[in-house]
Structure formats: structure tokens, C-alpha cells
Design a protein around this ligand. Structure first.
Ligand SMILES: [Zn+2]
Length: 308
């Protein structure tokens, strides 16, 4: 498999208050893990900055203006309970979108089989018209729309294994059966949504997990809910909202996965992509707040993408 990793130093310039879990050290920890020689075949490219029009693929113009209006000239501005902006935050968020779109272009042009975007801020909590939960713009929703509009993708599947429910992605595709959204997440937990009864136009598949869920139960839920839905949907493109905060070390949740579970889940999605999507997978970093768990789990995920 050819795997491209998109990265950009601007992602470190999105600053947050002292003690905030979604911090630049997350990417520094992942970068250290990527120094291992097993990653030497990985192609690493600079994520380009996306233009503001890309935001409009998933958000109304009002949302873009709202986010632009809260970017401070200096210091850190808190504009929602957990969500903060610093002077470079807009540029970082637009580069996260640019990286996601470049990753989609790379797999549809055949330059890569799959790609991972190591960006921050994350995106899956951003609703159509609301920044929340550390997220400004919904990168994965924009990537899905771009794949449809630019590359003619007809059946896009988004698999979200971040420990928090991807309420933003669900909101954006709630009434759009051309996109399947499947999520495993702890419940109850922030943001509160993600019950099995939330099904949208039949295209939303939630697999809530109770606190203290371990590997076996996670894999069973992933098979019976997520993989079963993918099998039926037969996606021609798979996107992954790759958060690693379901790891047992993570401080924000109580699910007890280990790095090997992310290897397993990645492998199952590679199998699926091989069957129906010409191998095309794009994975975007979402959460993961214990530095050691994040570095190990994201490294395992990327290495699995490289091996196919
Ligand atoms: Zn999360």
C-alpha cells in the first residue's frame, strides 16, 4: 500500500489555555513515534491551506463568519465552553481542511491507496452552524462532500471510533442517505448524543458503549453494527474519524481499548475498502489526550494503513 501522511507545522500554532487536553504536544508525541524506522517508507507531505470556499461544503457562510470573528489578534479567546482560538487558529483550521481535501485528491488520483492527516484542531463535533468540543470546522464532512463533488463518489462511509460521539458529522449528514455515518463511542459522555435510536434517513448507525467496555465488547459492537452496515452500504470511499481517546490510558473517558484494537479496526476497514472502494481510505486525526496512548495508537493505525 502507498500511504501518505499530511502534516504542517501550523497545527502546532493553534494555542489553548494551560492545562487544556487538546494541546500542541499531542502532535509532537505522534511525530516522535513516527521517527521509528518502520515508518521510513511513509510519504510525508505538507498539508496545503484550504480556502474559505471549502468550509461552505459543510457549513453555512454565517458559521465561517462567526469563527472568523472570534479569532483574536493576540492571546487566547474562549468562545465556547471548551473551545478556544488563538491568532493562528483560523489558519490551522483551514490547513486541516486543506490537508483533508489533499488526502482525498491523493487517493482518488491513485497517488496513494490511503492517507492520514495529522492535524489539529479536530473537527467531528462541529455542527453545521456551531463550533464546539475543540472543533471549528467539520473536516471529515468537508472531505466527504469534496469526494462527492470533485471525484464523483456516490457512497461515502464515515467511520468514527473517537470515544466521543461525532455529533457534528451526524448533524451534517442527518438527512443525506448518500453518506453513511457509523460511530462507536462511550455513552453517557460528552456531547450526549449518539443513541441507537438516532438513525437519520437510515444512514446513521450508532454503537454506544457503556463505560468500562474492553476490547472484546468493542470488537463485537464494531462487527455487528459498523461492519454490518458497511457491508450492506458497499461504500466506494471510506473516511475514518480517527480519535484515540477510547484507549484505557485516556483521561477524558472510561473505555479500555489497547493500541492493538486500532490495528484490528483499521485492518477490518482495509478489508472492506479492498472489496468495494478500490482500497480508498482517508483517515483524519480527531481526539486522543494521553500522549503515550495517542502516539502508540495512532502509530499503530498508520503502520497498519501502510501494510494494507
Ligand atoms: Zn474524543
Amino acid at each position: 500500500m502507498t500511504t501518505i501522511l499530511f502534516e504542517n507545522p501550523i497545527f502546532l500554532e493553534h494555542k489553548v489555555p494551560e492545562g487544556h487536553p487538546e494541546r500542541p504536544d499531542r502532535l509532537k508525541a505522534l511525530n516522535l513515534a513516527l521517527e521509528h524506522e518502520r515508518f521510513s517508507p511513509l510519504s510525508r507531505l505538507q498539508a496545503p491551506q484550504g480556502n474559505e470556499d471549502l468550509v461552505l461544503l459543510a457549513h453555512p457562510e454565517e458559521h465561517l463568519r462567526n469563527v472568523m470573528s472570534v479569532i483574536p489578534e493576540e492571546g487566547i479567546h474562549s468562545f465556547e465552553a471548551d473551545t478556544h482560538a488563538s491568532p493562528a487558529s483560523l489558519q490551522a483550521a483551514l490547513t486541516g481542511i486543506g490537508g483533508a481535501v489533499a488526502a482525498v485528491d491523493a487517493v482518488f488520483s491513485g497517488k496513494a491507496d490511503n492517507a492520514f492527516v495529522a492535524s489539529r484542531p479536530p473537527g467531528h463535533h462541529a455542527e453545521r452552524n456551531k463550533a464546539m468540543g475543540f472543533c471549528f470546522f467539520n473536516n471529515i464532512a468537508i472531505a466527504a462532500r469534496h469526494a462527492q463533488q470533485k471525484h464523483g463518489a456516490e457512497r461515502v462511509a464515515i467511520v468514527d471510533w473517537d470515544v466521543h460521539h461525532g455529533n457534528g458529522t451526524q448533524d451534517i449528514f442527518w438527512d443525506d442517505p448518500s453518506v453513511l455515518f457509523c460511530s462507536t463511542h462511550q455513552m453517557p459522555l460528552y456531547p450526549g448524543s449518539g443513541a441507537k435510536t438516532e438513525t437519520g434517513a437510515g444512514n446513521i448507525v450508532n454503537a454506544p458503549l457503556s463505560p468500562d467496555t474492553g476490547s472484546d465488547h468493542f470488537r463485537e459492537a464494531f462487527k455487528s453494527r459498523v461492519l454490518a452496515a458497511l457491508d450492506e452500504f458497499r461504500p466506494d470511499f471510506i473516511l475514518i474519524s480517527a480519535g484515540f481517546d477510547a484507549h484505557h490510558r485516556d483521561p477524558l473517558a472510561q473505555i479500555n481499548l489497547v493500541a492493538d484494537d486500532f490495528d484490528w479496526a483499521t485492518g477490518r476497514l482495509l478489508d472492506m475498502a479492498g472489496k468495494t472502494a478500490n482500497n480508498r481510505i482517508v483517515s483524519l486525526l480527531e481526539g486522543g489526550y494521553d500522549l503515550q496512548a495517542l502516539a502508540e495508537s495512532a502509530g499503530t493505525h498508520i503502520y497498519r494503513l501502510m501494510r494494507g
